[in-house]
Design a protein around this ligand. Sequence first.
Ligand code: NDP
Length: 462
Amino acid sequence: MQEVDLFVIGGGSGGVRAARVAAQHGARVALAEAYRVGGTCVIRGCVPKKLMVLGSRFAQACDDAAGFGWALPQPPAFSWPELMRRVHAEVTRLEGVYTANLRRAGASLHAERALLLDAHTVQLAASGERFRARHILIATGAAPLMAPDIPGGELAASSNELFDWPQQPRRVVVQGAGYIALEFACLLNRLGSEVTVVLRGEQVLRGFDDEVRAHLQAQLAGQGIRFISGAALAAIERRGDGLSARLDNGAAIAADAVLRALGRKPNTAGLGLEASGVALDANGAVMVDINGQSSQPHIHAVGDVTDRVQLTPAAIREGQAYADAVFGARHTTRLSHLGALAIVPSAVFTTPEVGSVGLSEAQALAAHADIDIYSTNFRAMKAAFAGSEERTLMKLVVHRGSGRVLGGHLVGAEAGELIQLVGVALTLGATKADLDATLAVHPTAAEELVTMRVPTRRHGLT
Ligand code: NDP
């Protein structure tokens, strides 16, 4: 039996960061990854998805080009197999970088599934090799939730399988209206698929600011995505070469592919966690304190498996903080994305993108009576010039009493890039007066963020 200071189960964003940093702090580290190093983000999530999103935007760019004096062959030709070949090549390159970095740091890498035999013993499932570990980190991530099960549910794809579609489906039904559903609905629509989104609620992106939700849905509908709200998939059947998606309202939609994106479930089944004294919540997530410590003091968990903030930068930060605290005796990283005052910038890579940080208008009003809203809705320069209908929304949620900006919400080109900087401002505790004092950059869309002078709405004025 090998002795290690740290055994990491899961080679995604959080696990790799923790393993690498712990090894750099001098710990003897082993990491097991059953699939491919890089995890959801690199292998079948953020990275390949963003490349596909970027690829999908060239259709519009080709259309817009004429407005800028370019003559392109019409119609421009797109090859799904060629895009996906390149996307997969990039994923493989990044996987190599992750693996090399781990090895360079001195961690040993085991390409198989691992499970806990007891609170200190980890066994590799295929080789049977055993490790006695002083510390164990669970970083197994989460997997697409394909529930509730429906007749023919096996005919649907999750985001995992989509990356392996050999051809672009002509007609796609997407169930769900969260991050994954909308990002894929949008990119497939832009690449020319006919897309229907089936959502159980009335509006997309629950949890986001209501104005953002309405604005985005209107923009996507304007681009030709069909939304069927207040409905759910009831069954999927084969029909000739294609599929028929039957809804609970009786409607049937002909499709070549059905994508379900209904949230993600922590990967904890069959790991031997509960038998080792690690408490799981009702959803199967490892229950941890703010430092990632589970009910077993030497077993921690980071990232999606804890079902707190299911975002890559959160997992990376948690992995770094864990390794620094436990093996570097340093508390270097503030876990500012956790807790009541969390400031979590995030982006939804639809086109136009959504960028959001801090409180929505409704959340701010639940906490304070005196809220001012500054918002603007306009056609950005490029859209106006090229004759596109795309409209940009920018919104600030401000606490009148303190002047603090509590939230920033954007829908528009590069909103994902812009919201990073709004996140900096909020993290620094920016007030509306600070934004007003900031000189604008002209001509940009972002200058609106520092030039909105008059509130659009004032709540709590007596
Ligand atoms: P989300 O939680 O974002 O969305 C889930 C969607 O599924 C919602 O529209 C929800 O509807 C719907 N839903 C859930 N259960 C049911 C059900 N039983 N019947 C019908 N509809 C249902 O999950 P995703 O799978 O899209 O993404 C998972 C997580 O991954 C995200 O929350 C995010 O943290 C992360 N992610 C981040 C990305 C980014 O940063 N750009 C990109 C992709 C993923 P309702 O609103 O009614 O609850």
